[in-house]
Design a protein around this ligand. Structure first.
Ligand code: ZN
Length: 54
């Protein structure tokens, strides 16, 4: 379920892991679940696109 104000940049688009500990200054982070390296800007854009499609 995706809320209106879901911080999409904090969600791994591969496994859906929600990185609660992500800081605003962190431009990239590694998903502890699927080990994928996520870049905030790109990840957010993809998540927003997914939301719009659904
Ligand atoms: Zn992941």
């Amino acid at each position: 379920m995706i809320g209106k104000f879901e911080p999409s940049s904090k969600i791994c688009r591969v496994c859906g892991y929600h990185n609660c500990e992500l800081k605003l200054k962190d431009r990239e982070w590694k998903c502890p679940d699927c080990k994928t390296k996520r870049y905030r800007g790109i990840n957010a854009a993809i998540n927003i696109k997914k939301i719009l499609i659904h």
